[in-house]
Design a protein around this ligand. Structure first.
Ligand code: MG
Length: 506
């Protein structure tokens, strides 16, 4: 695409004013990235102060009378605007609606409670003491219900919260989705773990590696993905994440555990998938409301695409065998004996476990289904906070056949609820199943992943995703974008087919 995409004068004025909002967000992003990566620990208090002030400044700019007026003008001539201009109206309206709906005293209470709750959650997890966290979680649930009331919804209060993370999705649809995947996933999982060659563990999980070598390996993988190091960087943090600072400055982090090297590789490739999305957005959208990825679900579809279909792919793993062998003598020895087959098994272990972030492709979605059901129950007041630890154990037993003995391996394991993020979890599973739809489409057009990777086609895959998904930024809503990319509404079938083929037909 060439030329100017925004021609309407009102839209141009909105974009011009938005640039100040963008600039503040840009510096906030840098501040939060630094907080996780480089900041000395005691800097947290003042960094929090500064970021808080910046976000209220952003709020003020959104609520500015002239800005709101311009948006009203744009809306009144919506039918005359082009798709990009309509996209600007949609995105700004969405954000503005949130600012208008939530009163200042509510936001202050929200801010205060989540700040305290995060600290208490950390301590409660450390001590394995849910009672410590319980009153805070109780308060957060009350506030989340209030938030849903302020934001409004047509059917279910949970919809209002879910929509904050995945525009246009309703809890009924998420329920249907989990219903549709539950039995098929369970069947595949049961067949895998009752298979006569099933191995729940792998010797490389305990094999140590040299971090220096793993860093080099990660870099050469990122080179293979064609990452542009002049617009991208990688550092280390407690939990891997991606931060888009600007259109030409996207950063990921990874982690190193000194053993079990698949964890650093899959995390690096996962985050690189998030980064590629941001880096391949049409540069003409930079600094505008359309200049970022459209939703958490679509974002996760990109990270999971690279993590599962590339980094866990047999052909891809084969390309890096010599580099894996350099990680340590133990790993070298293993590779000499077992070859790529052994490495493939290592990267694709299936094992029902207690911890979500360690879950494999088959068991992961049971963790999410559980969280979705519990948080939805909390929001509709059908579940009480005090029941959570026990319900957690029951559901883990039912879904995966394992029960946590401690709450830190159960209800206290994730940070999300302590931040008030109810409605966030489903986007992980939705994104993964969306990645299956995108893969199906890509393979129809370009050929099978194995073939593509064998023919040195990673750049081709990257370009296709750029052209078909990334370049639009937030132009289309998540559901609309999916329609544009694959030509049909959401269905979990492609990913289920892929999982069946991968785990059952060897
Ligand atoms: Mg992710």
């Amino acid at each position: 695409m060439e030329g100017e995409i925004f021609t309407d004068t009102t839209i141009k004025k909105i974009i011009e004013r938005y640039k100040t909002i963008w600039a503040l967000s840009h510096l906030s992003a840098l501040g939060s990235w630094d907080l996780e990566v480089f900041m000395p620990m005691k800097g947290a208090f003042f960094r929090g102060e500064a970021l808080g002030r910046v976000s209220s400044l952003i709020k003020r700019l959104f609520l500015d009378k002239e800005f709101v007026g311009l948006l009203g003008q744009a809306e009144s001539k919506l039918s005359k605007l082009n798709d990009y201009e309509k996209g600007v109206v949609r995105v700004v309206k969405r954000e503005l609606k949130i600012y208008q709906a939530l009163p200042s005293d509510f936001l202050e209470e929200w801010e205060r409670t989540t700040n305290q709750a995060k600290v208490v959650w950390r301590e409660a997890k450390k001590q394995d003491n849910f009672r410590l966290f319980q009153p805070y979680l109780q308060k957060l649930v009350e506030l989340a219900i209030k938030k849903a009331e302020y934001l409004g919804y047509s059917k279910h209060p949970y919809d209002a919260l879910l929509d904050l993370y995945e525009e246009g999705w309703r809890s009924e649809e998420v329920e249907e989705f989990f219903e549709e995947i539950y039995q098929p996933l369970k069947t595949i999982l049961n067949r895998v773990i009752s298979g006569k060659n099933y191995q729940p563990t792998h010797p490389l999980e305990k094999a140590p590696y040299k971090q220096k070598k793993a860093e080099e390996l990660n870099c050469s993988i990122l080179d293979k993905l064609g990452m542009d190091w002049q617009r991208f960087r990688m550092d280390v943090s407690a939990h891997p994440f991606t931060e888009s600072i600007s259109a030409d400055d996207v950063r990921i982090t990874t982690w190193y555990h000194q053993k079990d090297f698949a964890r650093t590789i899959t995390a690096t490739v996962h985050e690189a998938g998030h980064a590629l999305y941001e880096l391949q957005i049409d540069s003409r959208l930079a600094t505008t409301p359309l200049g970022g990825g459209v939703s958490l679900g679509i974002h996760e579809s990109q990270s999971r695409f690279w993590e599962n279909f590339v980094a866990r792919n047999r052909v891809f793993l084969g390309l890096f065998l010599p580099k894996f062998a350099q990680l340590s003598p133990e790993i070298e020895k293993f590779i000499k004996k077992e070859g790529v087959g052994g490495i493939y098994r290592y990267f694709n272990l299936v094992r029902p476990g207690l911890i979500r972030v360690e879950a494999d492709e088959l068991t992961y979605h049971f963790h999410i289904k559980l969280r979705f059901e519990l948080e939805k129950g909390l929001i509709e007041r059908k579940i009480k906070v005090e029941q959570l630890p026990e319900l957690w154990r029951e559901k883990m037993g039912e879904y995966l056949g394992v029960k946590p003995k401690t709450d830190k391996e159960g209800v206290l394991q994730d940070i999300h609820w302590s931040m008030g993020a109810f409605g966030y979890f489903p986007t992980y599973s939705l994104g993964t199943f969306i990645s299956g739809m995108i893969k199906e489409r890509l393979e129809k057009e370009l050929g099978e992943m194995e073939e593509l990777i064998a023919q040195d086609g990673l750049i081709k895959i990257k370009r296709w995703l750029g052209e078909r998904v990334h370049r639009f930024g937030s132009l289309y809503s998540p559901k609309k974008l999916l329609g544009v990319v694959v030509g049909k509404p959401f269905t979990p079938k492609p990913l289920l087919n892929y999982l069946r083929k991968k785990f059952l037909e060897k």
